[in-house]
Design a protein around this ligand. Structure first.
Ligand code: ADP
Length: 326
């Protein structure tokens, strides 16, 4: 019981991609051996952007399968579906009463989403960081393995924890982001980050070699004859980042040299990157196929949900007492 607590979640907006893997899952894998971890499929966050109710449950299942295939061990960590633990939303409401609207309106993540979905600017989107704070604080987590894009939300979480502690007594730790080497995986489009909800930006953990090649073929490059330093942004930078992420410094150096000399062949580079990526993903895909055939997801989720709810209830009861509600 005195082990440090860890919480992280991924939205149920589709299968996991390399950004999710390097930014979040790799950190989860490191932490599950040492700490009390809850890893969530955050379906309530997924419905804040346009989605199809008919495929939501399948998306949840896909994220769980990807989690397990990538190495999360249900004997070592708890896996929950956010909406099955209603304490998340109840705590979020309580915490929302101590946090200013103006701070939420100023967050870069909210502003970005408003631009991405100008016809879908809903209350849930604005409320997202408060629910995320509740997700984490419900389990009194100290470490949160997420990508760098989530740092503003973690800052909100810390502010809420601090304010709550000041107003009602010491209750919550101020959680820190657990950083991994892949805290920012750039988009294949060469602009912004890789994301499930940005078409053409991602490579999925479940992509076969042909699909990986097809997706990489669309990465924008140049004539290959410019020479000079490797660009820091754009599609070419993304290709080089992928070599770094997959720890292929040998190939990185080779293509860096080619680039400098103005004789880089992107088709060859992309083919090599595709092979490197697929070699890492293949065992994950094989494990996923086995799980799909033989693993009882429902039974695991039911068991884990029960444990999560017990912990969640303790926190919620404490918070309600401190706030004078019970
Ligand atoms: P998406 O943007 O693909 O829908 P989520 O918002 O569900 O992903 O994020 C799930 C986790 O994956 C978070 O921890 C987030 O920081 C991480 N993540 C998402 N995209 C990237 C990326 N491109 N690079 C690093 N981490 C990422």
């Amino acid at each position: 019981m005195d082990k440090k607590k860890v919480y992280s979640g991924i939205r149920a907006t589709g299968r996991l991609h390399l950004g999710n893997y390097f930014g979040a899952v790799k950190g989860m894998l490191q932490l599950q051996d040492k700490y009390d971890c809850v890893f969530s499929v955050v379906d309530l966050h997924a419905i804040t952007t346009p989605y199809d109710p008919n495929t939501l449950k399948q998306n949840v299942r896909d994220v769980i399968l990807d989690y397990l295939a990538a190495g999360l061990d249900p004997e070592k960590c708890l896996i929950e579906i956010q909406s099955s633990v209603p304490e998340h939303t109840e705590l979020a409401y309580l915490l929302s009463t101590i946090y200013p609207v103006s701070r939420l309106e100023d967050l870069p993540t909210y502003k970005d989403k408003k631009v991405q979905y100008p016809k879908y600017i809903n209350m849930g989107l604005l409320f997202y960081p408060v629910l995320m704070a509740a997700d984490i604080l419900l389990y009194k987590a100290e470490f949160v393995p997420v990508g760098i894009d989530q740092e503003p939300h973690l800052e909100v979480t810390r502010e809420i924890a601090r304010k709550f502690n000041q107003m009602f007594g010491q209750t919550f730790p101020e959680p820190q982001r657990f950083k991994s080497d892949g805290e920012y995986v750039p988009s294949l489009t060469g602009e912004g980050k890789m994301s499930k909800t940005i078409e053409g930006s991602f490579i999925l953990l479940t992509d076969d070699l042909a699909t990986i090649k097809y997706r990489l073929a669309a990465v924008p490059t140049d004539s290959g004859k410019l020479g000079g330093e490797v660009p820091k942004t754009g599609g070419i930078a993304t290709l080089f980042s992928l070599l770094r992420l997959f720890e292929r410094d040998d190939l990185y150096k080779k293509y860096e040299q080619d680039y400098k000399e103005g004789n880089i062949k992107y088709s060859e580079m992309k083919k090599e990157i595709a092979d490197v990526i697929f070699n890492t993903l293949k065992p994950i895909q094989q494990k996923r196929a086995k799980l799909e055939d033989s693993f009882d997801l429902n039974e695991m989720i039911e068991k884990h949900t029960q444990i999560c709810r017990e912990v969640a209830n303790q926190t919620l009861t404490q918070v309600k007492q401190e706030m004078g509600l019970i």
